[in-house]
Design a protein around this ligand. Structure first.
Ligand code: GP9
Ligand code: MN
Length: 436
């Protein structure tokens, strides 16, 4: 064990959040189905355009008694966008400060990722379903290092003149054509579905837009975003129907999350009126608030409810591990279980700004602008007490990012093997002849 690992181990042990006995093991033995909602922001949930609900199915899921629905959950991606979200969800380590961890280091680094841990501890089979080409973000090599058994990429889906948008198979086709593979997987399985249709520039044929009436702002990116989000909602609804028809629904936990923002900061002034806000009073606080994305855990018989605690993508894996009954103590995770009473609610963004349940703390050239979350106002003269509190949190958050970067940039996990963990050999995986 290299001495470089010591600061990492100290941090992880100090910040470990023990499982909540109310939830530990509640999903043990269940199939895990992760639905990646591309570019999907939380403000879409419950929003209405011209009297139409934009995402009626996801709205119903959000309020379902069997859904834990988080209303203060933030994306934490950097330039690696989708791939950063995947890095966090599979490893509870952050993406890099610049570029994409997947494409720069993911093909060579040592991983102790979710598929391998679930396979070794609880005999899970794992698979990814994605309608884009397999080499995008180097997924076809990174997934082998993670221990994914199967990767169904664009080749697995029918290609017709009408089947794709720029980013690959349309979501409704992805789900419709994946179910036959899903039904054949050895159970329990750990799977994720990476959707693509709700991706910038949000193009969609008139027939796929259907009856949905887009908003009429002067900004077509904004108008089209609502239409593709509506389409994604219908696609997820259809997928739930397939799951119910196949019987898989009854023994599965479904996790849905938005990977990152869809509308850029420059589009927010055109969005603001649709959210009932004055575009002339739009602030950096408003922009940060919009970085909320959905995070929902849905399972038959789960005791659900709207969750107010703050958290982010880095916290998903420890939450999931505890739900299936695997204690996270031996693993190098930067996040903590959202359902644990000792969960760390301070959420750090990749640019080192952060948000706490009370304050939004925005880093501008090394200086902090502190906003009060309850009012959205900038605190002009923070008291010594507030400053001290903010500085204390900033130190921990900087350490969290720095240690994560050190692990990834210097491939530190090769010097630490968790107890009972067998290192993954990527040569054991081959995605060439996995479907007939
Ligand atoms: C590409 C898709 C989009 O396969 O996952 O990635 P993004 O552009 O959002 O990072
Ligand atoms: Mn994305």
């Amino acid at each position: 064990q290299g001495t470089n690992m010591d600061p990492v181990l100290n941090f992880v042990q100090k910040h470990y959040a023990a499982p909540n006995p109310k939830y530990f093991g509640k999903a043990q033995g269940k199939n895990i189905i992760i639905i990646h909602l591309e570019s999907f922001q939380q403000f879409l949930i419950g929003s209405k355009i011209k009297n139409q609900e934009v995402t009626p199915f996801l709205n119903s899921l959000y309020h379902d008694n069997n859904t834990l629905a988080f209303e203060n959950f933030f994306h934490e991606v950097g330039q690696g966008k989708t791939s950063d979200a995947e890095t966090m969800l599979e490893t509870s380590l952050f993406g890099l400060p610049e570029g994409s961890f997947f494409t720069s280091l993911g093909s060579n680094n040592t991983f102790q990722a979710a598929p391998a841990i679930l396979a070794q501890k609880q005999a899970y089979t794992s698979a990814v379903f994605h309608g884009n080409i397999g080499s995008f973000w180097s997924r076809d090599t990174v997934y082998k290092n993670m221990g994914y058994n199967y990767f169904f990429d664009q080749k697995a889906y029918q290609q017709t003149p009408d089947s794709n948008t720029y980013w690959g198979s349309k979501d409704k086709l992805l789900f419709a054509e994946s179910i036959k593979y899903l039904e054949q997987l050895q159970q329990p399985f750990y799977t994720k579905f990476l959707t693509v249709t709700n991706h910038n520039p949000y193009e969609l044929s008139a027939s796929d837009v259907g009856d949905f009436q887009k908003p009429d702002t002067p900004n077509n990116m904004v108008n089209n975003y609502f239409a593709t989000a509506h389409y994604l909602d219908e696609a997820v609804h259809e997928f739930f129907n397939y799951l119910k028809d196949s019987g898989l629904y009854d023994n599965s936990v479904v996790i849905l999350y938005g990977d990152h923002f869809g509308l850029n900061e420059g589009d927010e002034k055109d969005l603001a009126p649709l959210l009932g806000q004055d575009p002339n009073n739009w602030t950096a606080f408003n922009h940060t608030s919009l970085q909320r994305v959905p995070f929902m855990i849905h399972m038959p018989k789960l005791k659900g409810g709207i969750q107010k605690q703050y958290g982010g993508e880095i916290d998903v894996l420890p939450t999931l591990m505890h739900l299936v009954g695997i204690d996270t103590k031996p693993y190098i995770y930067m996040g903590t279980d959202l359902l644990s009473p000792s969960h760390d609610q301070n959420v750090v963004f990749r640019n080192r700004s952060f948000i706490t349940p009370q304050y939004t703390v925005l880093n501008s050239n090394g200086h902090f602008n502190i906003y009060q979350n309850s009012t959205g106002t900038l605190i002009d003269q923070p008291t010594a007490q507030i400053k001290q509190k903010i500085n204390r949190i900033a130190r921990v958050k900087n350490q969290q990012l720095d240690l994560s970067d050190k692990i990834n940039k210097t491939n530190l996990l090769r010097f630490y093997t968790p107890p009972e963990f067998r290192p993954v050999n990527p040569a054991d995986y081959n995605y060439q002849n996995q479907f007939q």
